[in-house]
Design a protein around this ligand. Structure first.
Ligand code: ZN
Length: 203
């Protein structure tokens, strides 16, 4: 029906006002429109190129309630089986969700470092709920329910925040803020308890 061409879009960086706006919902007709179908495909290409595991429309300059997620098996090859188990990280096939409504299914606190394609090469410890569910519309404007646990739940909460004009730095443990290089060198392989102790983060 539509062309197959896709474009890698520019990802806006922290300080761009669009990242602080509340994004607006789309009607089913808008979702099925050519420009929005193109946007979904371009966001997928942009996320893959970055590479990233999630991307929200405001990050490409569009204040719309839409995000895409995909956690490809090859993104997880650098991590040990032990790390993947601690993160509860499993591959997630691509999906797009419009007008999401988020509910927490398990509020057990999970502390891990995360980053954002709109916050340069930085990482910080962010506390997220262990399991969430999202109700919304898919790219055909059909109802979709996504149940997410562990790392996938973290991705969903992170992308959902973008639609409220929030960034992970609003929720981060400020003392943990690290460049990606320093994160990899000093913190990436430490258990959470140990890095909280070394960073002197109070409970
Ligand atoms: Zn982000």
């Amino acid at each position: 029906m539509f062309g197959k061409s896709e474009r890698v879009l520019k990802i806006v960086q922290a300080g761009d006002p669009v990242l602080r706006q509340e994004a607006r919902a789309l009607s089913p007709d808008e979702i099925r429109s050519r420009p929005i179908q193109d946007l979904v495909r371009n966001m997928r290409a942009t996320m893959r190129k970055a590479p990233g595991v999630g991307l929200a429309a405001p990050q490409v300059g569009e204040p719309l309630r839409l995000f895409v997620v995909e956690d490809r098996p090859e993104f997880q090859q650098k991590q040990s089986a032990d790390e993947l188990m601690r993160m509860e990280r499993h591959p997630v096939p691509f999906y797009a969700v419009f007008n999401p409504v988020l509910t927490v299914d398990d509020d057990a606190p999970c502390d891990f470092f995360e980053g954002c394609l709109s916050v340069g090469d930085f990482r910080a410890l962010v506390r997220r709920a262990r399991a969430v569910r999202v109700l919304g519309l898919d790219e055909n404007a059909a109802p979709i329910e996504v149940r997410a646990i562990g790392w996938h739940a973290r991705i969903v909460q992170h992308e959902y925040d973008h639609l409220q004009g929030m960034l992970c730095i609003d929720r981060m443990e400020a003392r943990s803020f690290s460049t990606l290089e320093n994160f990899s060198r000093h913190w990436a392989h430490l258990p959470v308890d140990e890095l909280r102790r070394q960073l002197r983060i109070e409970d």
